[in-house]
Design a protein around this ligand. Structure first.
Ligand code: HEC
Length: 146
């Protein structure tokens, strides 16, 4: 009698364990990328002046962004040609308009994507000020002011 009850309890444990693992993983899929609202609403604390844009350009060219995003920001870097990445063309103001400054900053800092076309995280390589300079540079490619 006691044995049977133990077996039932054990079976339930296994059942709920599997259900938890499946459902738990399901809700944590990396494809559900979401930028926290405070981060998306963050404004560039540094003026997007010529000095900041020049520093951003230096980081963009020297930081290896070009191989994917292209020298001109068109999204046609050499690596992006080999691997389908579907990168945005930053020269198009309507493309840039779809992102807030805070979103560009957040994606650069934390990275995005899981497959081969992954945007690396730059939080360990660049200071927040450097990342904002790069945001100013990217904005200058479409001459959008926000
Ligand atoms: C290995 C390729 C690769 C490199 C190197 C890379 N990126 Fe990206 N980047 C991506 C991909 C892919 C995305 C789109 C990710 C997504 O939407 O899933 C992206 C997205 C972005 C975005 C968000 C806006 C958008 O158009 O989706 C910004 C901003 C950005 N990258 C900036 C940079 C900067 C600045 C550098 C260099 C410091 C850099 N990236 C280096 C691949 C790369």
């Amino acid at each position: 009698m006691l044995d049977r009850r133990k077996r039932i309890i054990a079976r339930n444990f296994v059942f709920f364990g599997v259900a938890w693992a499946v459902l738990g993983c399901g809700t944590n899929r990396p494809s559900e990328f979401k930028i926290p609202r405070e981060a998306a609403g963050q404004r560039n604390p540094f003026p997007a002046n010529a000095e900041s844009i020049a520093k951003g350009k230096e980081l963009y060219v020297g930081g290896g962004c070009v191989i994917c995003h292209g020298k001109d920001g068109s999204g046609k870097g050499v690596l992006a040609k080999d691997i389908t990445m579907n990168l945005h063309d930053w020269r198009d103001p309507s493309v840039q308009g779809a992102f807030s400054d805070g979103e560009l900053f957040y994606i650069m800092q934390n990275g995005k994507g899981t497959n081969r076309g992954k945007m690396p995280a730059y939080r360990d390589q660049e200071t927040p000020e450097e990342i904002w300079d790069t945001v100013s540079y990217i904005r200058s490619l479409a001459a959008i002011s926000k």
